[in-house]
Design a protein around this ligand. Structure first.
Ligand SMILES: Cc1cc2nc3c(=O)[nH]c(=O)nc-3n(C[C@H](O)[C@H](O)[C@H](O)COP(=O)(O)OP(=O)(O)OC[C@H]3O[C@@H](n4cnc5c(N)ncnc54)[C@H](O)[C@@H]3O)c2cc1C
Ligand code: SF4
Length: 546
């Protein structure tokens, strides 16, 4: 790792200008002994969005991130291995019947969070999923109506200038995407051909990378290094959208700042955070604390912040902190095409099929899944062939020699929210002396029926598109739940505003709030929840309810 990533950059009243090679932006600075209105832990999809909205509403905000503050133009290489530093690679103990693999496939550590290396697929939920128990007979209802979420999806898509099709074939009628869709690459056209052969709709994937210039962001040049961080700034991550907006509105960002504990006073209320930066432990006082560390780090921090008033961890009187943790199943089918495909050209998933999210007939499972065309870079693909199929030696070499002819389809599969899938504190500790997260996970029988159905369907589709010599891989993607929102303190951790039932000045704003997983990638819903919280908190303040 370059030395420049080991020292905080956002300091002395300035922060890196993400649209330059070496420039700076002025940044407000707060004293540590001065109680700011909000201390936010994490600057990803949830934290950065909320920081911007709260600062714009006039609150004083300091946002902390354990990761570095990068300038994409200077710091991101088009190189699969050099960019590993964007991932949360700290140890986690993974157990249960289906242990989750951690690292590059599920969480990030940088200012901008996991969105710095995410694959930019931004999809809305099927409206019924916000009330899946009442409307579809499984899962659990969210405490927010889908129509309200729809308004915040509009706001989030506008903030990210999502590029999408004129007519998206699934869901209720919606307005135009802010930017036109990207031209679908050859890998996406394989999905399109298969879908047309099988008689199901498909669409150009709505993506958070611009199809035309936006300010200092040039249009996407289809280089395919999205998962390694985008070195052109075409990708609209939290790092180059909400973070600059937050700084302009008065947020102070503290990079390379690992929060180890949320402090509480004798009244049991949150009073600030203890964090490690530049070789020492420090303290920031705050009138409110927001945890936005994503679905493992958020419960981990709440559990580790146990104190005399909250002996089982903060916000945990229901015993539900860490419980109902979810992933998406991420099974895939890969095949070889006669023609050259060169699937690495362009964002990895340029075509999508949500047929099985919206069709309830003909299923032997509840829930749904989307699937998308694929374009993994060579190391990524070789690694999944080795770990999932056991392929190695000459067979692997021969398979990888077909790399430019390959096509693949991969699901984002809904999984059940189950209490036994959980985050706990381990006895082992990390380099800061904080107990590691111990993650226990097992698929339900329904989850297994769902991914088996998807493998059959995607195989049929690839065959119909002309693929041969197929292989399958299994994996998981995305992290959700662990601090679910709800309508009652006895069976949820927060209310619909992300406000902890037990501690009214403690908030959660990230993917851990999800009560159920849905069958699409989670970031747009996290952005929308954060936009909503960014309106709700000022509204509560104006009524004297903060
Ligand atoms: C490879 C990959 C591809 C993905 N592709 C997509 C996609 O195409 N579409 C999609 O919708 N989603 C995608 N996702 C998932 C998406 O990026 C996440 O769901 C989303 O970013 C989560 O938002 P969040 O705010 O909950 O957490 P994050 O964005 O992960 O932000 C959490 C931040 O908190 C920081 N943090 C955690 N604990 C602490 C602490 N104690 N102190 C200080 N800082 C802390 C972390 O460093 C991190 O920066 C992808 C994820 C990965 C890994
Ligand atoms: S394909 Fe587009 S979004 Fe992805 S790295 Fe290249 S320019 Fe960035």
């Amino acid at each position: 790792m370059s030395a420049s990533f080991e020292k905080p950059r956002a300091a002395d009243g300035r922060a890196p200008d993400v649209f330059s090679h070496d420039g700076w932006l002025p940044m407000r600075q707060y004293r540590e002994d001065e109680a700011v209105d909000f201390a936010i832990v994490g600057t990803g999809a949830g934290g950065a969005t909320l920081a911007a909205k709260l600062s714009e509403a006039g609150f004083s905000v300091v946002a902390f991130d354990a990761g570095a503050f990068y300038r994409p133009l200077a710091d991101f290489a088009s190189d699969e291995t050099a960019q590993n530093r964007l991932y949360w690679l700290g140890d986690r103990i993974s157990g249960g019947e289906d242990p989750v693999e951690f690292g590059s496939n599920n969480s990030g550590r940088a200012v901008g969070g996991s969105t710095v290396h995410f694959q930019m697929v931004v999809l809305r939920w099927r409206p019924e999923w916000f009330a899946s128990r009442s409307k579809l007979g499984y899962g659990r209802d969210w405490p927010i109506d889908w129509r309200e979420m729809w308004r915040y999806y509009d706001e989030a898509e506008e903030a990210l200038k999502v590029s999408g099709p004129v007519r998206y074939p699934w869901g209720p009628p919606r307005g135009r995407y802010p930017y036109r869709e990207h031209e679908v690459n050859a890998a996406g056209l394989v999905l399109a051909k298969g879908a047309e052969e099988l008689g199901v709709p498909w669409a150009a994937t709505p993506l958070a990378t611009v199809s035309a210039p936006r300010g200092k962001s040039p249009p996407c040049v289809y280089r395919g290094f999205c998962k390694s961080g985008c070195s052109t700034n075409a990708k609209q991550s939290a790092l180059n959208t909400w973070v600059p907006r937050a700084i302009a509105a008065g947020t102070e960002i503290r990079d390379l700042a690992m929060v180890g504990q949320i402090e509480t006073g004798v009244d049991g209320l949150a009073s600030g955070v203890v964090y490690h930066r530049d070789g020492q432990w420090r303290r920031q006082r705050a009138r409110n604390v927001v945890v936005a560390g994503y679905a493992i780090e958020t419960p981990r921090l709440l559990l580790h912040s146990a104190c005399a008033k909250h002996p089982d961890g903060l916000a945990n009187s229901s015993g539900l902190v860490g419980k109902y943790f979810m992933v998406h199943s991420n099974h895939a089918v890969w095949g070889v095409m006669q023609d050259e495909i060169r699937w690495y050209k362009g964002p990895p998933s340029m075509a999508v099929c949500e047929h099985w999210n919206y069709e309830d007939k003909g299923k032997d499972f509840h829930g749904g899944y989307a699937f998308m065309s694929q374009g993994p870079l060579p190391i990524d693909h070789a690694r999944s062939l080795v770990s999932d199929t056991g392929m190695f030696g000459m067979e692997l070499r021969q398979r990888m020699a077909l790399y430019n002819h390959m096509a693949g389809l991969k699901i984002v599969g809904e999984t059940d929210a189950r209490e036994q899938n959980r985050i706990e504190l381990a006895d082992e500790t990390d380099e800061f002396g904080i107990p590691l997260a111990h993650v226990t996970y097992a698929y339900s029988d329904n989850d297994k029926r769902l991914y088996k159905h998807s493998l059959r369907f995607m195989r049929q589709m690839l065959e119909a598109a002309g693929a041969s010599d197929m292989t399958e891989t299994s994996s998981t993607a995305h992290l959700m739940g662990g601090c679910r929102m709800g309508t009652s303190p006895s069976d949820s951790v927060t209310d619909a505003d992300g406000r902890a039932w037990d501690i009214p000045n403690l908030w959660i704003c990230d993917g851990s709030l999800f009560p159920t997983a849905g069958g699409v990638n989670p970031s747009l819903t996290i952005y929308a929840l954060a936009c909503r919280m960014g309106d709700r908190i000022p509204a509560l303040a104006s009524r004297g309810e903060l």
